[in-house]
Write a protein of this length. Structure first.
Length: 498
């Protein structure tokens, strides 16, 4: 190890420890912390966030990074490490400590307010915090800089190199085909009955089924855990401590699909190379690539025929109320297309329309077209326009997501990008493993997971996201493979010609 690399990693270890502490505090806040701890937790995370920002932007880190950049061989692991850290340092250096501290304080307070506002259907409670957080997002964009659109600086925080134009083009390519297919399903599709999947489910028992399923697929519970929480997410402090949460709902998908979704994130992090753990190269490269894995495991795999041929018997053993299904009827019921209000419970086909609504509203708020106080009305209008349904309350409308209360503006398009990238990767995987349905039906997920580990997870942050997608699939992200996948699957399920 070079002296420059040794010095830099020593400094980065301190930064990583602070970030891990904040991450664990935030996990605890959403899973176990008593309500009375909110004020102290906000203060604690604010202090640690300020300290991590100060460390990352310190002269010592700058000098050590410059030294590594000067001596690293092009194309080497050291060069990749320097590049990955340079991006973090450059972003944080452009953001003043006051702004970082203010965002931490406001987002912590907003999260607690969001929980109350959602429970009580009180948008007025959250609105002042959303105004502050979108103002902070605008300040952040100006400080980071952009050439064509204010959204460029914000989406780049989550997906390096992505722009407003990329997201806008993606949605223009997929919106009308989705709308047209949903309309054709509604008007001409054969009936699909999923009423039995909505029950008063035994949450601990369903969580146990999800945990057993994740373990069978390949998640190592010696290095991770699964808890039930109000919203599903994945976090972790190292490849040896990956924490997932899952969310309950009246539909079976509430726990099952959200567990599979978070498992996709968790497998990515858990299979990051141990040698890079707690270094700038550790973990997933970007949000869109991360979402490609969560959406691939949740949907392409978790809503497939082969998957349910294997797992339906154990689900029926736990829940005899489902004994009337065979694997084919369950597969169709679980994949039913029906516009609904809640994004995380949406079917695979209409999900991208939920993301489109959020993307358009973020842009409209940032550019002054829509005011924060007008958000509920604007939200409802778009749902009526794109999905043909109008939320009856803000709790199932613009208050449903946690993201904006955390100040995560620019995040949402990565979900739709993940759908597209996941379909591209799956198509490439099937060229090497053409018998994926048989493997899943037999409960043999090792070849699928092994392929993803080899091509995606083991690369961690070694290359930029666009390069990784190109390396794995042969081309950058595009919409064609996902549209082909969606048309073939849902025309088959609904008996549509063409």
């Amino acid at each position: 190890m070079s002296s420059a690399r040794d010095t830099l990693l020593g400094l980065y270890a301190d930064y990583n420890a602070l970030e891990a502490a904040v991450g664990l505090m935030n996990w605890d806040r959403q899973v176990l912390m008593p309500a009375g701890g909110a004020a102290a937790r906000t203060a604690h995370t604010g202090i640690l966030t300020s300290k991590s920002h100060a460390l990352l932007t310190s002269d010592e880190v700058r000098r050590a990074l410059e030294a590594l950049e000067a001596e690293a061989e092009p194309g080497s692991e050291d060069a990749a490490m320097a590049r990955a850290l340079r991006r973090e340092v450059d972003i944080e250096t452009k953001l003043p400590a006051e702004l970082v501290a203010r965002k931490s304080q406001v987002s912590s307070d907003a999260y607690e307010t969001w929980k109350q506002a959602k429970a009580e259907n009180r948008f007025d409670l959250l609105a002042p915090y959303l105004q502050q957080l979108f103002d902070i997002a605008g300040e952040t964009a100006e400080l980071l800089g952009y050439t064509d659109h204010v959204y460029d600086a914000l989406i780049d925080l989550y997906e390096e190199g992505a722009t407003f134009a990329d997201a806008d083009t993606m949605f223009r390519e997929i919106k009308q085909p989705i709308v047209d297919l949903v309309r054709e399903i509604r008007e001409n599709g054969r009936p699909v009955d999923d009423s039995a999947l909505t029950q008063d489910w035994n949450v601990p028992q369903l969580r146990d089924f999800a945990e057993a399923t994740l373990g069978d697929i390949g998640f190592d519970f010696n290095r991770g855990r699964l808890n039930v929480a109000p919203n599903a997410f994945c976090s972790g402090s190292s490849y040896g401590d990956i924490r997932m949460t899952t969310r309950a709902s009246s539909h079976l998908k509430g726990i099952v699909s959200s567990s599979l979704h978070e498992m996709g994130h968790a497998l990515y992090e858990q299979n990051s190379p141990p040698k890079w753990d707690r270094t700038p190269l550790a973990g997933g490269i970007s949000l869109a690539v991360h979402e490609s894995q969560s959406r691939l495991w949740e949907n392409i795999i978790g809503r497939s025929r082969g998957f349910w041929q294997h797992f339906l018997p154990s689900l029926q053993a736990a829940f005899p109320v489902l004994s009337g299904f065979d694997s084919e009827s369950f597969y169709r019921a679980y994949s039913k297309v029906e516009p609904t209000f809640i994004r995380v419970g949406a079917d695979e086909l209409t999900y991208n329309l939920h993301i489109l609504v959020r993307f358009e509203l973020e842009v409209e708020i940032l550019t002054g077209k829509t005011a924060i106080n007008d958000l509920p009305e604007a939200w409802n209008a778009k749902y009526e326009d794109y999905l043909g349904i109008k939320p009856s309350t803000d709790s199932i409308g613009c208050l449903q997501d946690v993201h904006w209360s955390r100040g995560s503006v620019g995040y949402f398009p990565t979900y739709a990008m993940g759908n597209l990238i996941g379909a591209q990767m799956w198509k490439r995987l099937q060229q090497d493993l053409p018998n994926t349905e048989d493997l899943m039906a037999q409960g043999d997920f090792a070849p699928i997971l092994g392929w993803l580990v080899d091509r995606v997870y083991s690369k961690a942050k070694l290359v930029r996201p666009r390069q990784l997608v190109t390396d794995v699939t042969g081309r950058p992200m595009e919409s064609g493979d996902w549209l082909e996948y969606a048309n073939l699957k849902y025309r088959d399920i609904y008996g549509l010609v063409g």
